[in-house]
Design a protein around this ligand. Structure first.
Ligand SMILES: [Mg+2]
Length: 400
C-alpha cells in the first residue's frame, strides 16, 4: 500500500488555475499517481492523487498549506484527504458502458448505475461523448462480468428507454474497422420493394409480406420470391422514380462520411436490389454492396430475381467476406440492421447494433439504438461529437 494525499479542487474555472495549483505543490516533489479534471459550465472539478510515501509530516503539512493558500487566492475550494491505495491495482475486467438518450434523464441514469452496482460493478469514470443530437456518456466500469451486465442493461434499456451498449475497451475499439449496414429501414427510411410495388398497384400486398418477413414469421427467401412475383410487369423506368423517392435516415451521410474520414471500411448488405442500392452507395461513397438483382426482359420486370438470394445467411456470409477482403478480424467488425434477416450478421459481428429494430432483433443484438439518428452509432464506437464535426465539410448538414 502506498500512502497518499487526495486533493480535490472545486470552483470557478479560468485560465491558469490548474497551473497555479500544481505549481504550489511542485516544491514538495510528491509523485502524481492520478489526476482528473473536468469543467462543466465553467465550474472546475479537479482531483489529484499524490504519493506521500517516505515524506515527513512537515513536508506533508507544507504541501497542504501551499495548495490551500493557492486555492484561497484563486477563489476555489480545496479539500485534502490522506489515505492509502494499492498502486497498479486497476481491475483486470474493465468494461465500457455507453449510455445514450434524447433527453437523458436522472431516472434512466439511476437505473443504469443501479444495475451496475447490483452486479458488483463500480463506475470509475464518466465522460460525456456527445451532447447533440443525443446526450451520450461513456462509463468506465470495473468488477462486473460482460455478459451478465449486458443482459441486465438490456432490460434497463427496454424499461427506461435509454440506449445502452457494453463493450470491452482496448485494441478492438481502435484502428480500422469494418461497418456493414442493412439498407431498408436502416440506412434509408423506406422499404425499396414497397416503393417499387407502388408502380404495380400491389403496395399493400407486398407490405404485408415484408412485415411478416422482418418480424421473422416467414422465411426471407420465400417472402422475397413471393413479393418480387407481384412486381411482374413493372417497367424498368419505374426504378428511376424509386431511386428519386428513397429517403436517407437522418444521420446517414454524417455516419458514412465520418467512418470514411477515420479510415473505416463501409459496406451495404441488403435484401433489396442492386438496381436501387447501388445509387445510394455511390451517393454516400460506399464501395461495397451485396444485394439481390431483379430480372428484366424487354424493359419489364419479370417477377423473378437473378442469382443467389441475399437472405439471412447470405448477409452474415457477406460480412465475413468483406472482413476477409480487408483483412479485418471479425472482432473489429460492426453490423447494423433492423430486421430478422439481419440477425445472423449482427450475431457474427464484433458489435451487432439493432437500429430502431423489430422487437425480435432488439432482444438478440449486442446493443440497440432507438433514437432515430444513424450517426449516434458513432458514439457507441467511442467517436466523440467533436471528431464527427471535424469530418464535416460544412458546419451543419442540410439533409441530415
Ligand atoms: Mg432492414
Amino acid at each position: 500500500m502506498t500512502e497518499t494525499l487526495l486533493v480535490t479542487i472545486t470552483g470557478p474555472d479560468r485560465p491558469g488555475v490548474t497551473t497555479r495549483l500544481l505549481g504550489a505543490l511542485a516544491p514538495s516533489g510528491f509523485p502524481v499517481l492520478d489526476i482528473e479534471q473536468v469543467v462543466i459550465r465553467g465550474h472546475l472539478v479537479l482531483g489529484l492523487l499524490l504519493s506521500v510515501d517516505d515524506a515527513s509530516a512537515d513536508a506533508r503539512s507544507q504541501a497542504v498549506a501551499a495548495v490551500s493558500a493557492a486555492a484561497t487566492e484563486l477563489g476555489v475550494q480545496c479539500d485534502v484527504q490522506p489515505g492509502n491505495v494499492e498502486v497498479g491495482s486497476r481491475h483486470p475486467d474493465r468494461l465500457l458502458v455507453t449510455v445514450m438518450g434524447q433527453p437523458l434523464c436522472p431516472a434512466g441514469l439511476t437505473a443504469v448505475a443501479g444495475a451496475i452496482a447490483e452486479r458488483g460493478g463500480n463506475i470509475d469514470r464518466i465522460v460525456r461523448v456527445a451532447s447533440y443530437p443525443v446526450t451520450a456518456l461513456e462509463l468506465e466500469v470495473s468488477g462486473a462480468d460482460h455478459d451478465d451486465l449486458r443482459q441486465a442493461l438490456a432490460r434497463v434499456a427496454s424499461d427506461s428507454g435509454v440506449d445502452l451498449s457494453v463493450q470491452h475497451p482496448g485494441l478492438t475499439r481502435r484502428g480500422s474497422r469494418l461497418v456493414v449496414m442493412d439498407v431498408d429501414s436502416t440506412l434509408i427510411q423506406d422499404e425499396v420493394i414497397e416503393l417499387i410495388a407502388a408502380h404495380a398497384d400491389c403496395q399493400e400486398a407486398v407490405a404485408e409480406v415484408t412485415t411478416r418477413a422482418m418480424a421473422g414469421e416467414i422465411d426471407f427467401a420465400e417472402s422475397l420470391h413471393e413479393r418480387v412475383a407481384l412486381l411482374a410487369g413493372v417497367p424498368v423506368e419505374a426504378l428511376d422514380a424509386v431511386r428519386q423517392k428513397v429517403r436517407l435516415t437522418p444521420g446517414a451521410r454524417t455516419l458514412c462520411r465520418t467512418l470514411h474520414h477515420l479510415g473505416f471500411r463501409v459496406a451495404l448488405v441488403s435484401g433489396g436490389f442492386h438496381e436501387v442500392v447501388d445509387a445510394i452507395a455511390a451517393e454516400l461513397g460506399v464501395e461495397n454492396v451485396r444485394a439481390n438483382r431483379l430480372e428484366v426482359v424487354d424493359g419489364i420486370l419479370t417477377g423473378r430475381t437473378l442469382g443467389p438470394v441475399v437472405d439471412r445467411a447470405a448477409k452474415a456470409a457477406a460480412l465475413e467476406e468483406f472482413a476477409a477482403m480487408y483483412q479485418i478480424p471479425l472482432a473489429r467488425t460492426v453490423a447494423i440492421g433492423d430486421g430478422a434477416n439481419d440477425l445472423d450478421m449482427l450475431a457474427r459481428a464484433g458489435l451487432g447494433i439493432a437500429f430502431n429494430a423489430k422487437p425480435v432483433v432488439r432482444d438478440q443484438a449486442d446493443t440497440a439504438v432507438n433514437v432515430p439518428y444513424l450517426d449516434s452509432v458513432l458514439f457507441l464506437l467511442g467517436i466523440p461529437r467533436e471528431e464527427i464535426e471535424s469530418a464535416e465539410p460544412c458546419p451543419v448538414e442540410s439533409d441530415d
